[in-house]
Design a protein around this ligand. Structure first.
Ligand code: SF4
Length: 320
C-alpha cells in the first residue's frame, strides 16, 4: 500500500449556535464531530452524504480555511493542524481546492491567464516569461489551448471549471480537494469535467478528496468511499465493495438510489423516514437511530465503535 498523503485524526469542527453576553459560544453546531480518514498517494477518496452532513466543512477544515476545533491534520507526514497562516502558504503549493461554482471563484474583471499568473507570483515565480509559459502549458493541459487572454464571462460553465482546475494545478499540487466540482454544470458537461479530472490524476499522479452528493460520479471517480451522516463517518470501503455490499443502514438507503437507477437490477429505492436531527443536539448513541429501522435499545445507549469487516471495509454500527 502506498504511503498516506493525508491523515485526519479525530477531526472536529464546531460552530457557535448561541453565544452568551460575552460572545462566548454556549451551544454549538457539531458540523464535523470526530472523524478519521486517510488518503494514499495517487488515491481518490470519495466523501458522500446528504447536504448538511459536514462533507464540505471537512474539506475546508482539512485545508485550514476553517480552523479545526479539535483533532489532527497530517499532510505528507507533517502535522499542519496548528501551522501559522504564513507557514501554510508552503503547504498550499501541494494542496489545492476546486470549488463547486467556477464563476464565483473567478474575478470577472481579470483575464483568466492573468489571474493564474498572480497565483504563480504569490508562490514565488518571479520571471514573467516563465509565468506566461506555465500559463500556456496549464491551458493546454486542461484543453483550453490559447484561451488565456479571455475574461471569465467569455467561457461556458464547463470551460470556466477547466480554468479553475488549471489555476488549482498551477503550483503542482499533490492533493486536490474537489468540493462538488461538477454539480453546478449541465449534465452534458459533467462527464467531460469528470473525465478531465481522471486523466489529470493519472497523468500528474494527483490524489483527490472528492466531495459530492452525486453517487454515480463518486462511484466512477473513487478508489475508496467514506459515507458521512450528521458529522460522523459511518462507513468506509473500497468503492466497488461499498456499492455492492453497503453494511451501514444509512449507506444501504443512500446507495439504493443508484441501484434503483441501474437498468436490469431489480432493487428498490429505500426511502428514509424522518428528518435529519439537529447537529446542535444530535441523538445519543448512534446518530442514525431516529431513522434506522434496525434500531435497538443499545443504539441509544452507546455510540457504535468502528469495526473492520475485512478488505478495508469499516463500519460503525451495533449490527456488527
Ligand atoms: Fe441502526 Fe443501531 Fe446500527 Fe445505528 S447502530 S445504524 S441505530 S442498527
Amino acid at each position: 500500500m502506498s504511503a498516506s498523503i493525508l491523515e485526519v485524526k479525530n477531526l472536529k469542527k464546531y460552530f457557535p449556535a448561541m453565544t452568551n453576553l460575552f460572545g462566548k459560544g454556549t451551544e454549538f453546531v457539531r458540523a464535523v464531530d470526530g472523524i478519521d480518514f486517510y488518503i494514499n498517494q495517487g488515491e481518490v477518496l470519495g466523501l458522500v452524504g446528504e447536504s448538511g452532513c459536514g462533507k464540505s466543512t471537512t474539506g475546508r477544515t482539512v485545508l485550514r480555511l476553517l480552523e479545526p476545533t479539535e483533532g489532527r491534520i497530517i499532510f505528507d507526514g507533517r502535522d499542519i493542524t496548528h501551522l501559522k497562516k504564513k507557514m501554510l502558504r508552503s503547504i498550499y503549493k501541494h494542496m489545492q481546492l476546486v470549488f463547486q461554482d467556477p464563476f464565483a471563484s473567478l474575478n470577472p474583471r481579470k483575464k483568466v491567464g492573468k489571474a493564474i499568473e498572480e497565483v504563480l507570483v504569490v508562490h514565488g515565480m518571479k520571471d514573467g516569461a516563465q509565468r506566461r509559459e506555465r500559463v500556456r502549458e496549464l491551458f493546454d493541459i486542461v484543453g483550453l489551448r490559447g484561451e488565456e487572454d479571455k475574461y471569465p464571462h467569455e467561457f461556458s460553465g464547463g470551460q470556466r471549471q477547466r480554468v479553475v482546475i488549471a489555476r488549482a494545478l498551477a503550483v503542482n499540487p499533490r492533493l486536490v480537494i474537489c468540493d462538488e466540482p461538477v454539480s453546478a454544470l449541465d449534465v452534458s458537461i459533467q462527464a467531460q469535467i469528470v473525465n478531465l479530472l481522471v486523466s489529470l490524476k493519472n497523468r500528474l499522479g494527483l490524489s483527490y478528496l472528492f466531495i459530492s452528493h452525486d453517487l454515480r460520479v463518486v462511484k466512477y471517480m473513487s478508489d475508496r468511499v467514506a459515507v458521512m451522516y450528521l458529522g460522523k463517518i459511518v462507513e468506509t470501503a473500497p468503492a466497488g465493495e461499498l456499492f455492492k455490499n453497503p453494511a451501514h443502514p444509512y449507506s444501504m438507503a443512500l446507495l439504493s438510489v443508484v441501484s434503483a437507477l441501474n437498468p436490469g437490477k431489480n432493487k428498490k429505492k429505500v426511502i428514509l423516514e424522518g428528518e435529519v436531527p439537529s447537529p446542535v443536539s444530535p441523538p445519543s448513541g448512534c446518530r442514525f437511530r431516529t431513522r434506522c429501522k434496525y434500531a435497538a435499545r443499545i443504539c441509544s445507549e452507546a455510540e457504535p465503535q468502528i469495526k473492520c469487516l475485512g478488505g478495508g471495509h469499516l463500519v460503525s454500527c451495533h449490527l456488527y
